[in-house]
Design a binder for this molecule. Sequence first.
Ligand SMILES: [Zn+2]
Length: 571
Amino acid sequence: MSYDLIIRNGTVVDGSGLPRYRADVAIAQGRIAAIGKINESAKETIDAEGHIVAPGFIDGHTHMDAQIFWDALGTCSCWHGVTTVVMGNCGFSLAPCAEKDKARVIRNLERAEDISPKAMEAGIKWSWDTFPQYLDAIDRLPKGINYTAYMGHSALRTYVMGERAFTEEATSEDLAAMKRELRGAIKAGAAGFSTSRNRNHETPDSRPVASRLANWNEVRELVGVMGDLGAGVFELAQEDIERDPERMRDFFGRLQRLALETRVPTTFGVVSMRKAPHTWRPYFQMIDETVAAGGRMLAQGTSRWISSLLSFETAMPFDRTPVWSEMRKLPLAEQEAALRNPDSRRALLEAAREYMTKPERAIGAEARKPDFDYLILFDKPLPPYRSIAQIAKEANKDPLEVIIDLALEKHLKQFFIQPIVNEDQELVLGMMRHPRSVVTFSDSGAHVSQIMDSSIQTHLLGHWVRERQALTLEYAIRKITFELASFWGLQGRGMIREGNFADFAIFDPETISPTMPTLEYDLPAGARRLKQKSVGIKATIVNGEVLMRNNEHSGALPGKLIRGPLAATAQ
Ligand SMILES: [Zn+2]
């Protein structure tokens, strides 16, 4: 017989964690048809000599919900070998919501996730009220990669309660209506239900997003809907426990009881913080205990710090001061002139120094006051890096002057990495080595001018596997493929097996790496975002069709909406 596509001479790392082997892989009708020595021909052949043939990567934590309407490809994730993403995390989804109320949903997303409201206004064609209608809209959109979507608590609450969602607890009628909507969403194929109880999630007017007004009983009842249906994953942005052991015990107890009484797979991000470097350990302990007692729980880790990318093109720590905010309104070239002028430079430095002595309140990924030991010169795609403190010490210069001079050398197109969490990379490695964690949490589609973590998969393979040799390739691939497919119930994905969907990332393990990010103004309404690509990926294949060759789009749009198990049209 003749196949649609054959990947020849590659080394298969199949996602299971088992050792690699040499084999050809044949694809027919979107599925893996044969693995081994293949003598037949195909319409198309890819020579993967010297390359790894891995399952397409899966990202369990994205916010592509708005972007999917204007970006069919699924950038920047699709440039890093990702072929399937879960969106609607942290309580933020665009449904349920009627078009006339969309400002409320946009308000939940705008500051908490840094997505331009103008881009959302211009870029999203609204054609739904309910979540099932929204899924149908996603189904119809052209897509490069595969998507599955949670119903977000903030949208759900706002849909049912209107403005009261931002100020009140739910009444029993509100709760009954929310449960009805959630039931309908899960039956239509929602990936699950997500919520945020985290102080980083605020609206532009500094109020909590709607889900944060919910008491625990509301969360319990809603997760219980999925427990009754036996479908859906629960994702949450955690409660703020402020390193208070009492609050931690209380929160862990509630979360554990909920996971055990409902049996709903439960997942959340776990990170370390330099000010409390070992708080991640009790999280893993709680997860281990929950699993030992029969629950399903998974930590969402990442492959490095989660950081703001500071620059004069995006945000700098001192932008809130009057002197800086005036200068920062100018075009980049004029900002450069101001920084080169001794008088204005002196005034800017003074304002920055004064700001350093004052308390501030930054949330999420907003630029914050720098600690120069933890402000990193981003001068190449992979570590090791030097901190500003180190550079200043070597040059015997003031760190603030160092920042300005380094930026000036690049005509202000210089990024600085400001880790918000996961400062210690050895602890990140410890978390990646834990069996109850995966590498995900790119936040792709969100924080578009603040964070660029769509590259965590290529960072994992370039830095930890190749350069540090701290993880085997087989282990690392499993952490970005099969473990996620398994937890989220993505049938037939995440592993190279005959009969499975033909999603692949074919890459050169000797060269795979992110490239340097850039800032571009290519969103709807000219809104800005950070962009980052990669090198070393020869081909990305989605549902049997080549989406990318050497990271250039082939023109095909083979992505699909993946519906949960209860959907009549489940695929
Ligand atoms: Zn999130």
